[in-house]
Design a protein around this ligand. Structure first.
Ligand code: HEM
Length: 510
């Protein structure tokens, strides 16, 4: 009885504290509270929507509310246990949020850091201040042009061999292939090489543990009761995180041993990463003294690059298959023989293939939901006059930005790669969109470090996939959806029939 009494008292005290905080820190514009979306409940606010809707339905709701109700107007959302928050959809406002990174403006803040700490730890996705700067600098160095060239010309072809073989066999035997799995295996291998310098397969137990921990981390952003869930039912999550961490620590331990023996045998000079079989772990070890931070960082890089790129390849193939005319739009541009190289895949030589990639990400951004927190102790005023008190949450939904009729026009929901191409004297070129209109790769100081690598990977894989084979979806399942995850994987995967491409024309009637 006493325990129940104590629990109820703590609950009531917490509630009073939250309500007082909200009352003192309410968000206003022109002196008035902001409008709230339809369906906002007294006290619960939008909490039930966040708790009950799956992620894709939530993103569709953000898109609908933007297009049908608020347009570019910043509106309030509220969840009883969280600091006050706004949803922004005006590119001008997002531009400020992206540019004002740091103590004077916005950062990941305790809201994000608390939820992603177990998985991302000290890594670049979660870090701030000097720790973030050091990792960012090492990453910037790693993704310089010469390294990207090695990746495209040597690493991609090596790891594509397995996929090539599987597609070759499927074309002969008529076996159905899940392209999502095939692409994920490819990106896991490439990212395993990039981040850890090792051959990592998707069938490795690390991958399953990592996937589980990522999915549970994503749900924490929707579930106001995540902490309770973690303490009461978190044993599987804890086991998964522990597996991920031990794997990272072991990789770093091996890298340290490898470096020490190289130093002994070759004197003072270590080979440059990638050139001498090195990788990001090597580059990070040059910059960060603590091995456990390097381990977290390498896992963050793997996380940033593995699923995002596999998602984009899967949705790209699906969208091309849904709109058969767009298939020749890219195949006409790509050389039909030979392996594609870093220089043959420049945006100048293959603008249409890049347009297909960017258009896919507009509709299915692998990072579909973003948030920051106001770090400035005096709060921040947005360009539209919204006054944000300290610790407010600012949310934006790249999925809804991609479907914004205000930004893309009435055909915003249609897959139209042509919208990315503009005519210039003597040819065509790829249009450039600002990161505040197209926030797929974020913008400002924390923009995606792997953007060019992701573009090259997507276009290279599309070129290799379409050069030799034709695909047909094995099952017609209506509108495809994403399943719950930190990124945007396709629910049910992408099962296809495969045929060898011939000069005579398509077997599938496309
Ligand atoms: C289509 C593929 C990709 C998309 C759409 C994408 C998108 C993004 C987005 C939206 C962010 C900001 C996340 C946040 O701070 O909340 C980000 C950050 C990052 N991305 Fe990517 N990414 C992709 C591929 C890659 C690849 C291949 C790498 C290579 C390792 C990579 C490395 C990173 C890193 C290191 C960060 C953290 C940057 C920082 O906080 O300073 N990304 N990415």
């Amino acid at each position: 009885m006493l325990a129940v009494y104590a629990l109820v008292s703590v609950g009531v005290a917490y509630l009073v504290k939250q309500l007082t905080y909200r009352w003192l820190h309410s968000i206003r514009r022109d002196g008035k509270p902001l409008r709230t979306p339809p369906g906002t409940l007294p006290f619960f606010g939008n909490g039930l929507k966040f708790l009950l809707l799956d992620r894709q339905s939530l993103f569709d709701w953000f898109s609908k509310v933007h297009n049908d109700v608020f347009g570019f107007e910043t509106y309030a959302i509220s969840v009883p246990t969280l600091p006050p928050g706004v949803v922004i959809s005006n590119p001008e406002v997002l531009d400020l949020v992206m540019k004002k990174e740091g103590k004077e403006g916005f950062g990941k803040g305790p809201f994000f850091e608390e939820r992603s700490w177990h998985l991302f730890g000290h890594g670049i996705i979660n870090a701030s201040g000097q720790l973030w700067k050091t990792q960012r600098k090492a990453g910037n160095k790693f993704f310089a042009g010469s390294h990207l060239q090695v990746l495209v010309d040597e690493v991609f072809p090596k790891y594509w061999e397995k996929a090539h073989q599987e597609l070759e066999e499927a074309a002969e035997t008529g076996a159905i292939v899940d392209m999502e799995e095939l692409y994920l295996e490819f990106t896991t291998r490439v990212m395993g090489r990039v981040a850890f310098g090792m051959d990592l397969s998707n069938s490795h137990p690390f991958s399953a543990a990592f996937d589980y921990a990522s999915d549970r981390t994503a749900l924490r952003f929707q579930n106001p009761l995540w902490k309770l869930n973690y303490y009461l039912f978190g044993h599987r999550f804890r086991a998964a995180v522990s597996m991920v961490k031990s794997f990272g620590n072991e990789i770093v331990r091996l890298a340290v041993c490898r470096r020490e023996s190289l130093l002994k045998s070759q004197g003072a000079e270590l080979p440059s990463p990638l050139e001498g079989g090195g990788d990001l772990v090597d580059m990070l070890l040059d910059a960060v003294p603590e091995p456990h931070v390097v381990a977290d960082s390498a896992i963050n890089f793997l996380s940033a690059g593995r699923d995002t790129t596999a998602n984009s390849m899967t949705w790209m193939l699906h969208l091309l298959l849904e709109r058969p005319g767009s298939m020749s739009y890219v195949t006409d541009e790509l050389p039909s023989a030979g392996v594609h190289t870093y220089s043959s895949l420049s945006t100048t030589l293959t603008p249409k293939s890049h347009a297909v990639f960017l258009e896919t990400l507009r509709l299915y951004p692998p990072v579909p939901f973003e948030l920051k927190q106001t770090l400035n102790p005096s709060g921040v005023v947005l360009p539209d006059g919204t006054v944000l008190p300290p610790e407010s949450i600012v949310v934006w939904c790249p999925y809804a930005y991609g479907r914004s009729k205000n930004i893309w026009g009435d055909d915003a929901y249609e897959f139209k790669p042509e919208r990315w191409i503009e005519d210039i004297e003597g040819g065509t070129r790829l249009k450039v969109k600002s990161s505040s209109e197209y926030p797929v790769f974020n913008g400002g100081a924390r923009s995606c470090l792997g953007r060019r690598m992701a573009e090259l990977m997507g276009v290279w894989v599309m070129a290799e996939s379409l050069k030799s084979w034709e695909f047909e979806e094995a099952e017609k399942v209506g509108r495809r959806r994403s399943r719950n995850s930190l990124t945007m994987p396709m629910e049910g995967g992408l099962k296809v029939k495969v045929r060898k491409r011939t000069a005579a024309g398509s077997h599938f009637g496309a």
